[in-house]
Write a protein that binds this ligand. Structure first.
Ligand code: CMP
Length: 136
């Protein structure tokens, strides 16, 4: 069953640095995801650590937080039918090497760290991640 929902998307520093913001936004809008809100920000390492808290036990946590805070990012609320899954399909696998053709990470990702985009992995996490960056 399809339903209208929202998800959080982040364009990571590697993609912002390479001026890929419009290309990536076009992929979302061509695939029926509406960009309800969008802002370019530069978060500090503590904020990145809070955002990625779910990964705090992982060996890559410290590098991940350093990376997300290393330069400007674009955070967006995407809305559409099954937005969480739709966005994850458009992003492709976490490691660009494993991502399917024409996914964002296959097209633009450099490595598992510099994989150009983040997207919420479930509707519950989407709500949490949206409220982290967009306070009403
Ligand atoms: P993202 O979807 O933003 O969620 C967590 C990020 O950790 C992931 O994308 C990757 O960029 C990064 N990462 C680094 N190493 C790994 C790993 N071994 N497994 C999964 N994610 C990793």
């Amino acid at each position: 069953m399809s339903k209208i929902e929202q998800t959080l998307s982040i364009i990571k520093p590697d993609a912002v640095e390479r001026n890929l913001i419009e290309e990536i936004k076009n992929i979302f809008t061509k695939n029926k995801l509406i960009i309800k809100d969008s802002k370019k920000i530069h978060i500090n390492k503590d904020e990145a650590a809070e955002f990625y808290k779910i990964h705090q036990s992982k060996p890559f946590y410290n590098d991940l937080c350093s990376y997300l805070s290393s330069g400007p990012i674009v955070v967006m609320i995407l809305e559409g039918e099954n937005a969480v899954i739709t966005n994850r399909k458009l992003m492709g696998a976490t490691n660009p090497k494993d991502a399917e053709e024409n996914t964002i990470r296959k097209l633009y990702g450099i490595s598992i760290d510099k994989n150009s985009v983040h997207g919420s992995d479930s509707p519950d996490n989407a709500k949490k991640e949206i409220s982290f960056f967009f306070k009403n």
